[in-house]
Design a protein around this ligand. Structure first.
Ligand SMILES: *[C@@H]1O[C@H](CO)[C@@H](O)[C@H](O)[C@H]1NC(C)=O
Length: 492
């Protein structure tokens, strides 16, 4: 069994990422895991022509469609790079339409005077940050602004080196799927300059979360050398007035702040107050050209925590198109193949992934012994059987293999997992962080969870929520969620 070693696949640190992300660059191919479907030259030409015309006709949905033909044929097989590369280069975004040119020491020099933008900061760990960026882009869409994404900089318990969103997710593909420009901060501002820029932003967190004493904290402005002058938003942005136990705004309470008249009206309300930035002492009202909010995780249509509901446009209109880069796919498939004992390059058989989130969830348990509070493996086994039955009936797929992902540290629990006949991806044994960089233990788990035909998740875990939606919408897969909190929490 061969596997890539060394740091070649490590995500690039943000400050040194100077290249434009919009043009397709051929990813390295660690392990040489590429599988080329056995097709004749004629079939390939037909495929490429077919894909091209689909592209012309349905440019908004070409990205998902381009792979559907592969996925629908059973075990996952990737199209060869040439096909994907051709599709990409044809419709890559011309950045000159949305920024003046190369990144500049002061971001303002690179904003076009005929274009309006929207940005915000992230502050809650990998999965919630991804959901926050989905909200940011959705808000930009409904206000007709160009979203500028801040770097990813955390996951639970860790502060890894910040990396661009595009080192994890396929940004060119996202731009095509949304058919709008999506920028990253390092494409706008030269981050090596470390020139401090003042920027006026709305502080909505302090209004929405009545227990907070200021805007939401984030490392992003420091990384981007920005000095933020926050203006407390009017109380009208809070979804449930006076309710201390919720911190949401609705998209449509925030959207008016993107337009001059309603912005002026908001600034005239008595509860609005601007504070100077902490680094330069400059007070500046919320920027009109680059609309900015402190924190957009708690934003919804009309219900707090709507992501279990049908109405979740941040997913269906945006995050659904956050597909992994080919590099993440290559590396992730390597882990899956090793777990399933499949040779490099061989097709990956259908499988089901479980996410059993433990860790700090035990803080929510009344049970003195955390393991009595979490759903036992026998409960997961029931849902696995349901999924196997559904996949067989609905799609004719036999999904025998089960991969467990969990943050549980107790090896005796993992012994039980093994006794169930389920497989494990062990990042300590695999030396994932050493080989691929500090982001990859979490990225590989998220990838593996998203790549199966079935998924069983843990209730109240947003890590599970996104895996559930990915398997459901990317693979037309079968999904279940396990409840917990007491021994019979999931008895249904
Ligand atoms: C906007 O920018 C263009 C190109 O730099 C310039 O020619 C034009 O005068 C500017 N318009 C205004 C209103 O500043």
């Amino acid at each position: 069994m061969t596997r890539p070693r060394g740091r070649s696949a490590e995500a690039k640190p943000l400050a040194t990422t100077r290249s434009r992300q919009c043009s397709f660059s051929s990813p390295r191919k660690p392990g040489g895991n590429m599988t080329i479907p056995r097709l004749t030259t004629k079939q390939w030409i037909a495929l490429i022509l077919g894909a091209f015309f689909t592209l012309v006709l349905f440019s908004q949905t070409i990205a998902p469609k381009a792979t559907t033909w592969v996925l629908s044929k059973g075990p996952f097989e990737r199209p060869p790079q040439e096909v994907v590369a051709n599709l990409k280069s044809d419709i890559s975004l011309d950045l000159s339409q949305v920024v003046v040119g190369s990144p500049t020491p002061h971001f303002r020099d690179n904003l076009r005077n005929d274009t309006r933008y929207l940005t915000s900061w992230i502050s809650s760990g990998f999965t919630n940050d991804v959901m926050t960026l989905g909200n940011l882009i959705y808000l930009a869409i409904i206000t007709n602004r160009v979203p500028i994404l801040p770097p990813m900089d955390s996951y639970i318990g860790k502060w890894p080196q910040p990396v661009p969103f595009s080192s994890i997710f396929d940004l060119p593909r996202l731009r095509r799927a949304l058919n709008i420009p999506v920028l990253e901060w390092q494409e706008v501002k030269d981050l090596e300059s470390q020139e401090i820029d003042s920027l006026g932003c709305w502080n909505i967190f302090e209004v929405d979360d009545m227990r907070s004493e200021g805007p939401r904290n984030s490392r992003n402005p420091d990384i981007l050398a920005l000095d933020i002058s926050y203006t407390r938003a009017p109380s009208s942005v809070k979804l449930i007035p006076g309710f201390i136990h919720d911190a949401h705004s609705s998209f449509w309470a925030l959207a008016p702040l993107a337009f001059s008249d309603s912005r002026a009206k908001a600034l005239a309300s008595p509860d609005v107050e601007t504070k100077p930035g902490m680094r330069t002492g400059t007070s500046t009202p919320p920027d009109e050209q680059l609309l900015c909010f402190d924190y957009l995780f708690y934003v919804c249509v009309d219900q707090p925590f709507e992501y279990g509901n049908d109405v979740y446009p941040s997913w269906s209109a945006v995050q659904k198109h956050f597909r992994w880069t080919s590099e993440v796919e290559e590396i992730g498939n390597g882990f899956i193949r090793r777990a399933l004992s499949v040779a490099d390059g061989a097709p990956i058989p259908p499988h089901i992934t479980i996410h059993a989130r433990h860790g700090d969830f035990s803080n929510w348990c009344n049970e003195p012994n955390g393991l009595n509070c979490f759903a036992p493996l026998s409960v997961f086994a029931i849902r696995v059987e349901e999924i196997q039955k559904e996949l067989l009936e609905r799609k004719g797929i036999h999904a025998e293999h089960v991969i467990m992902t969990s943050d549980e540290q107790d090896e005796s629990w993992w012994d039980e997992v093994k006794a169930m006949g389920w497989l494990r991806i062990d990042h300590n044994k695999e030396k994932t962080a050493e080989d691929y960089g500090e982001w990859y233990p979490v990225i590989v788990d998220a990838y593996v969870q998203s790549a199966g035909q079935g998924f069983v998740g843990t209730d109240r875990s947003t890590f599970s929520t996104l895996a559930n939606l990915r398997v459901r919408d990317w693979h037309d897969g079968a999904v279940r969620t396990v409840r917990w909190g007491s021994p019979d929490a999931d008895s249904h």
